[in-house]
Ligand binder design. Structure first.
Ligand SMILES: [Cu+2]
Length: 128
């Protein structure tokens, strides 16, 4: 291999590594800025919310994807943060975005009468 060829190979490797490092860097930055989680909606007799308890970082925008995997309509609300997703029909996925600006434990619940155990369809978010 000539000196020039070796230089070309080294430059090519460096630029490839640069692109990969850049993509990882952007991904890390994106994750540091946003917080995403997925919540599954089920009536209490079918397993209730999953997860029923989860933690969100304070003062960071959180995106919650709420997936209703059942055949009835559910709802979602976090009254302490004025968050409400409205009706989430069977099989539907709804997204809520908010920034929890206070630490503590806050209840979330279903807002649609979905079963006789509807009142037990609740969970808790810890913000810290
Ligand atoms: Cu429900």
């Amino acid at each position: 291999m000539s000196k020039n060829e070796r230089l070309a190979v080294i430059l090519m490797l460096l630029s490839t590594i640069g692109v990969i490092a850049g993509v990882f860097g952007i991904e890390k930055f994106r994750r540091a800025k946003f917080y995403t989680m997925e919540l599954v909606a089920r009536a209490p007799e079918h397993g209730n919310w999953y997860p029923k308890e989860f933690t969100l970082p304070v003062n960071k925008e959180a995106t919650i994807l709420i997936r209703n995997i059942e055949t009835v309509t559910h709802g979602f609300a976090i009254p302490d943060f004025n968050v409400a997703a409205g009706e989430i029909k069977a099989g539907e996925v709804k997204t809520v975005k908010f920034t929890p600006d206070k630490k503590g434990k806050f209840p979330f619940m279903c807002t649609v009468w979905c079963s006789e155990h509807h009142m037990e369809m609740r969970g808790e978010i810890t913000v810290k």
